[in-house]
Design a protein around this ligand. Structure first.
Ligand code: KG4
Ligand code: ZN
Length: 349
């Protein structure tokens, strides 16, 4: 079984081919991502119309390259999987309409995929996480904590009340005059401080809602705190790397403390991280430490921690094709449409 995945929900244009081997494992035959980050850097962020225009140019060459790298012909593909939402409507339409056209031309069905669910299922590419699993999706537009009882039953436990974790990275990065994409650049600057000051206290900024008895977050106040901090000091006295490390720690700390509460309450078999922010090295390191500590307790000795390789944390089509193997409901192209408002628990069919 071979699936061609297509992903165009935000600013990337991606295609990948995944094969399921006879033992059930999934193998990446190709995984191509065309980024338009340079174009967005020039405008300081993603302008939806610019993103979609670029994606129209990139989509066919990207699919052709994915097929070429997989050494397959269209006739070797069993099904096309495509992100139908959530995302930017113009961008989603590029992927969805291309998938529908190829479906008609090649006579292949389509499996519609929820982009947020794909950020979880990318963890099933190289391993077989046991369920029930807790999963935290931290991306540019979403922060969701869910309990996966089974592949057909995902329960939403909580999420952000305002900005997403990635949005908090991106917006505070702008306050530090860092170029787009903010998250990775802020993280790089923070590393400079952490390398030279590994034991410094990183408590300049608040962690709202951290003590509340729920699984929700609020990140919009972080921008205000950072703005006030920068406004009340002489620029020359501000160490930007120290501010970056403090911003990063406030986000990481908030995410980990609520996730840990959920692990203690639900005692899952696995904990899965996904979404662009999970490429953050501090977040990965701190989660690994927390889970290693928890595993020393009898109740959590079985707990397995899964996080994708950094390249598979951010948007890619291997995640989309991988998801399709678990949400395998092929449909004729006439029944496929984009849904920019999809939530993580919405069914796609
Ligand atoms: O999942 P993703 O690629 O796209 C969405 O579905 O939104 O996530 C993009 C987000 C952006 O906010 C970006 O700044 C953030 O992930 N991000 C990072 C890092 N790499 C990507 N944030 C912090 N540290 C990173 N290393
Ligand atoms: Zn994403």
């Amino acid at each position: 079984m071979k699936i061609l995945g297509i992903e165009t929900s935000c600013d990337e244009t991606a295609a990948a081919v995944i094969e399921q081997l006879p033992d059930g494992s999934l193998q990446i035959l190709s995984n191509v991502v065309a980024s338009s980050a340079e174009m967005h850097a020039a405008t300081g962020g993603v302008i939806p119309e610019n993103a979609a225009r670029q994606q129209i140019k990139s989509i066919l060459p990207v699919i052709q390259e994915a097929l070429k790298k997989s050494k397959l012909q269209p006739s070797d593909i069993d099904t096309i999987a495509v992100t139908i939402g959530p995302g930017l409507i113009g961008s989603l339409l590029v992927g969805v309409e291309t998938a529908k056209t190829l479906s008609l031309l090649w006579d292949k069905p389509i499996i519609p995929v929820n982009h947020l669910v794909a950020h979880i299922y990318v963890n099933f590419l190289n391993s077989s996480p046991e369920l029930p699993a807790l999963a935290l999706v931290v991306s540019g537009g979403h922060t969701d904590l869910v309990l996966m009882h089974s592949h057909n039953h995902i329960e939403w436990l909580g999420g952000t009340r305002d900005d997403a974790a990635g949005e908090a990275f991106d917006k505070t990065a702008r306050l530090l005059d860092l170029p787009y994409p903010g998250g990775p650049n802020l993280s790089k600057l923070a590393e400079e401080h952490l390398t030279t000051n590994p034991n410094s206290k990183l408590d300049l900024f608040p962690r709202p809602m951290i003590h509340e008895d729920n699984f929700d977050w609020s990140f919009s106040g972080l921008k205000t705190s950072v703005t006030n901090y920068l406004a009340s000091r002489q620029l020359s006295s501000i160490k930007r790397s120290e501010v970056a490390a403090n911003i990063q720690e406030a986000i990481v700390d908030s995410l980990i403390s609520k996730a840990k509460k959920a692990i203690i309450k639900y005692k899952p078999q696995s904990f899965l991280l996904g979404g662009g922010v999970s490429a953050n090295s501090r977040l990965r390191h701190c989660f690994e430490e927390e889970i290693t500590t928890l595993k020393k307790l009898k109740d959590f000795a079985h707990l397995a921690f899964h996080v994708p390789s950094p390249a598979l944390c951010t948007d890619n089509a291997a995640a989309i094709a991988a998801t399709a193997f678990f949400k395998n409901t092929p449909l004729p192209w006439q029944q496929i449409s984009a849904n920019p408002q999809l939530t993580i628990t919405d069914k796609v069919i």
